[in-house]
Structures are given as structure tokens and as C-alpha cells.
Design a protein around this ligand. Structure first.
Ligand code: ADP
Ligand code: F6P
Length: 323
């Protein structure tokens, strides 16, 4: 029987389990053994294998996190480690690897391809920051979790007529901030891709209040600055406001994946198996105009940058720029 392996790497993301499940189901469909590698590239080097059956993935489509565990393992940049991983897989009769993770993990997949070992990537990170694809698995769930949390904060903010600054994740990308900010009608959204002026942020919240809104909501992407520091600076410029800061932190990364993340994960998991069985390698899957698309790892990651949805950011700017 042919044999493929699958691993999850980097920050976990809701929907990773749905992708693993699709890999296992598609493997069974093609009579291919699927070996789960636990703890990302670390497990790949150590041969930490778990042969996967339906029993492992049953009900996993609706579970957050990753049943294969994830790890950050910087040592995998070293050629020795990569060769060890290839040896382990070759000895175990594995003929291809599916890597579910972010762009860092794709570099690991590429390194294996360069050593002649076939590897295909599935983009999964809540940050949505991978060039080429419009969506990454986990982003929709994280953005929805942030939206629900901001809604909850808005209830208490309104009851006390307070201004809340809410820090969301995203590493160097502003995607979660933009989408959750638009989804909650935030007075201001701050992202690392756009410069901001404190006076302008204060003006937007004040104008909201003067038009009758009973509280203020500022959504701050972690890539801009930490919420504590921001609140200190903001409070100096807006002494009339009762300001509080909240960091949503890892709350955004857990929980049941949204339907959208489950569907994309299922599409990509099944396709990854088909592509690798047809001899494709050094590529990753993604979504372009709602359709499944295939990207070359080297070409796309080297020549493209991730772009945030400027149109949504500008929409929010326009909506909160009152007379
Ligand atoms: P993400 O995949 O979410 O971007 P990281 O950047 O932390 O997360 O990368 C995850 C893992 O991928 C790293 O811990 C390491 O094992 C592997 N990796 C990252 N960059 C490289 C690289 N240049 N070469 C080989 N492996 C890499
Ligand atoms: O890449 C996902 C992510 O959650 C980022 O948004 C965040 O900057 C980072 O991982 C946090 O990493 P850790 O969980 O290792 O602190």
C-alpha cells in the first residue's frame, strides 16, 4: 500500500483537524496509508509517527487545535535535521508529506522538496498572512471569535460609557483587526500596514460620542504596539474618557472552527493528497476568488507579499470620519 504522511506546524489554527480528517478520508478513498507526524518538524526528525484511521479523526472536523500537536522547531532550518527527517520517512516507506501550517512551515516543506522528497503545503494560520492565497484556514474562526469577544466588551463598555482598546492577534498582519473591527462597528482600527496619528483616533471616538454613541471601541492589531502602552498614550490625549485595555490573546486561536474554515480545510486536505499522488511537489494550496488554487512555494513566497483588504480598512475610515 502507498503511504503518505501529514503534520501540523507553527501556531495552531481552528480547522487544522478538519484538514487532517480530509487527508485521512481521501487517503482511504485511494487506498493510501496516512501516517500522522506528531509535534511538527520536531516529530518528523524524531520519527514520532501515529498511523491514522477513521477512529482518530471521527468528530475532529468540529474541534479546534490540532490532534497531531504543533511545535516551533527552529532547528529544522539546519540541513542535517532535514536529512534526518528524509531518512526517517524513507525507512518508514513514506513517499510524500503534507505540511499544514504557515509560511514558515512551507519553508520546511520546500527544504524537503529540494532534497528530493515530495511535499505539499496547506495554509493554516489565524493571521491570514500567506502570500498568494486570499484565505488561510483558521482566519475565519479567529476573526469570528474576536468579533464575539468585542461584542461582549461593547455591552459592558456601553453600560459604563467607557472607551475600550482591544488588542487582537495577527503577528505583522492587520487582517483580524480589520475584519473584526468592521464586523463590530469599531470607531477606529489600527493595523501595522497603516500609519496612525493619536490625535486622529481620539477625534474619531469623540465625534462618535458627540453624535450619540454611548461608548468607544478601538481595535488594535498586535503588530502596531501593545495595548497597555497604547492605552497610556491615548488616555493622555483624551483625559475626559474612561479608557480600558483588553488583550484577547489566545482566546482567538481556540474553539470550534467556523463552517467556512471546515469547508476550505476539507477542500484543501483532499486536493493535497491527489496532487502528491500525481507527483506534484514544492507547491501549496490556497483560495483565489472562492476557488481552490495551486501556488509554487518559491515563486509565490519570494515574489509576493501578503496584502490586507485595504478596501475594508478604508470603508471603516470613511464611516467613522464624521463632520
Ligand atoms: P508558521 O508556519 O505559522 O509561519 P513558524 O514561522 O514558527 O510558523 O514556522 C514553523 C516551523 O517551520 C518552524 O518552527 C520550523 O520548524 C519550520 N521552519 C520555519 N522556517 C524554516 C526554514 N527557513 N527552513 C526550514 N524550516 C523552517
Ligand atoms: O501565528 C499565529 C499567532 O497566534 C500570532 O497571531 C501570534 O503573534 C503568535 O502566533 C503567538 O505565538 P505563541 O502562541 O507562540 O505565543
Amino acid at each position: 500500500m502507498r503511504r503518505l504522511a501529514v503534520l501540523t506546524s507553527g501556531g495552531d489554527a481552528p480547522g487544522m483537524n478538519a484538514a487532517i480528517r480530509a487527508v485521512v478520508e481521501e487517503g482511504l478513498h485511494h487506498e493510501v496509508d496516512i501516517i500522522g507526524v506528531q509535534h511538527g518538524f520536531k516529530g518528523l526528525v524524531e520519527g514520532d509517527y501515529l498511523p491514522l484511521g477513521i477512529n482518530h479523526v471521527s468528530q475532529s472536523i468540529r474541534r479546534g487545535g490540532t490532534l497531531l500537536y504543533s511545535a516551533r522547531f527552529p532547528e529544522f532550518r539546519e540541513l542535517d535535521m532535514q536529512k534526518k527527517a528524509v531518512d526517517q520517512m524513507t525507512q518508514a516507506g513514506i513517499e510524500g508529506l503534507i505540511v499544514i501550517g504557515g509560511d514558515g512551515s512551507f519553508q520546511g516543506a520546500l527544504a524537503l522538496t529540494k532534497l528530493g522528497f515530495p511535499a505539499v503545503g496547506i495554509p493554516a494560520t489565524i493571521d491570514n498572512d500567506i502570500p498568494g492565497t486570499e484565505y488561510t484556514i483558521g482566519f475565519d474562526s479567529a476573526m469570528s471569535a474576536a468579533t464575539t469577544a468585542i461584542d461582549n466588551i461593547s455591552d459592558t463598555a456601553a453600560s459604563h460609557n467607557r472607551t475600550f482598546v482591544i488588542e487582537v492577534m495577527g503577528r505583522n498582519a492587520g487582517d483580524i483587526a480589520i475584519w473584526a473591527g468592521v464586523a463590530t462597528g469599531a470607531d477606529a482600527i489600527l493595523i501595522p500596514e497603516e500609519e496612525f496619528f493619536m490625535g486622529d483616533i481620539v477625534r474619531r471616538v469623540r465625534s462618535s460620542r458627540s453624535h450619540g454613541k454611548d461608548h468607544g471601541i478601538i481595535v488594535l492589531a498586535e503588530g502596531v504596539m501593545g495595548v497597555e502602552e497604547f492605552v497610556k498614550e491615548y488616555a493622555k490625549e483624551a483625559p475626559e474618557q474612561d479608557v480600558r485595555g483588553v488583550n484577547l490573546s489566545h482566546i482567538q486561536r481556540g474553539g470550534s472552527p467556523t463552517g467556512r474554515d471546515r469547508v476550505f480545510a476539507t477542500l484543501m486536505g483532499a486536493k493535497a493528497v491527489d496532487l502528491i499522488l500525481h507527483g506534484q511537489s514544492g507547491i501549496y494550496l490556497g483560495i483565489s476568488s472562492e476557488e481552490l488554487a495551486v501556488f509554487d512555494i518559491v515563486e509565490t513566497l519570494e515574489k509576493n507579499e501578503h496584502k490586507v483588504r485595504d478596501d475594508l480598512f478604508e470603508l471603516n475610515q470613511a464611516l467613522t470620519d464624521r463632520y
